[in-house]
Design a binder for this molecule. Structure first.
Ligand SMILES: NC(=O)C1=CN([C@@H]2O[C@H](COP(=O)(O)OP(=O)(O)OC[C@H]3O[C@@H](n4cnc5c(N)ncnc54)[C@H](O)[C@@H]3O)[C@@H](O)[C@H]2O)C=CC1
Ligand SMILES: O=C(O)C1=N[C@H](C(=O)O)C[C@H](O)C1
Length: 252
């Protein structure tokens, strides 16, 4: 019989971490060997014999957590936000020194969100205008969301490849922030509202028409199939994968 995969969760007491602990404990093929919080030393991962580390912490600590895992030969599944291009570059360098290790950086683990972002990237070249609105619970510490950043980057890449000009916008004067933030030329607006979990709309505008691609996570359970898929797959994908779509067949 195959041994269950030894998994550790960082940020185990948090909103996502506690949900992930429950999901891993309920999976017969996985064994939760460590559930660490902010004050616990990372060396406990080694002592526990973790093969896969799930990072659901905060943008300030995720990079050092993942570096520790990679340097100790553990695969990492990362849901934490804050992975800009500089951090990803440093991680690529570290992985080049540890080529057998796999890291998944997943801005969003919900299948519907992964699909919504993929659909938006495909639609991007057909519309003159685009803006992204992300809506989250008010306890979220970062803005814009990692999902919105990733969606905007992919839309911007598709627009650039198709040779599209900037979205039309006659604004000359505005209050600070009224037009959201600029992610590679795509305007992203962040809403924080009690009662929400995680939601996003991509608005595409053409002459006389609008396409809206919306996704809603109503509960953090929505992220768990993606977390478990990442945990089970990461060891078979050495190197860096950004986006859960890297483990899915979304072609055609
Ligand atoms: N990829 C995805 O699908 C999702 C990603 N997220 C992201 O996951 C992260 C966590 O989100 P939440 O659970 O809502 O936040 P949270 O604030 O509820 O949980 C974070 C936890 O990490 C702990 N922590 C901080 N530094 C740590 C360290 N060095 N080691 C171990 N634990 C540490 C905190 O004490 C806290 O318990 C955020 O960046 C969020 O944007 C959230 C939901 C879905
Ligand atoms: O903090 C959250 O809640 C979420 N964070 C991720 C993000 O920033 O995109 C994923 C999801 O939107 C929930």
């Amino acid at each position: 019989m195959t041994q269950p995969l030894a998994v550790a969760v960082l940020g185990a007491s948090g909103r996502m971490g506690s949900e992930a602990v429950r999901a891993i404990e309920a999976a017969a093929d996985l064994h939760l060997v460590a559930a660490l919080g902010r004050k616990d030393p990372l060396e406990e991962l080694v002592a526990a014999g973790a093969a896969v580390v799930v990072d659901l912490t905060v943008p300030d600590s995720t990079e050092q957590n993942v570096a520790f895992a990679v340097e100790h030969g553990m695969h990492a599944v990362v849901g934490t936000t804050g992975w800009d291009s500089e951090r990803l570059g440093r991680l690529q360098d570290l992985l080049a020194l540890n080529p057998e290790v796999g890291v998944l950086i997943a801005p969003n683990f919900a299948l519907g969100s992964v699909l919504a972002t993929a659909f938006a990237a495909r639609a991007a070249k057909y519309f003159e205008s685009v803006e992204v609105i992300e809506l989250h619970h008010p306890n979220k510490v970062d803005a814009p969301s990692g999902t919105a950043e990733r969606t905007a980057v992919l839309i911007a890449e598709a627009r650039a490849e198709a040779g599209l000009a900037a979205s039309p916008d006659a604004t000359r004067t505005s209050r600070d922030g009224a037009r959201g933030c600029d992610v590679d030329g795509v305007r992203v607006h962040s809403v924080r509202l009690r009662g929400l979990v995680a939601h996003q709309e991509v608005l595409f505008g053409g002459v006389g028409e609008q396409l809206t691609i919306r996704h809603d996570s109503f509960h953090r359970e929505s992220f768990m199939p993606g977390v478990l898929l990442g945990v089970r797959e990461v060891g078979s994908h050495p190197g860096l994968t950004v986006g859960l779509d890297g483990y899915l067949d979304l072609q055609a």
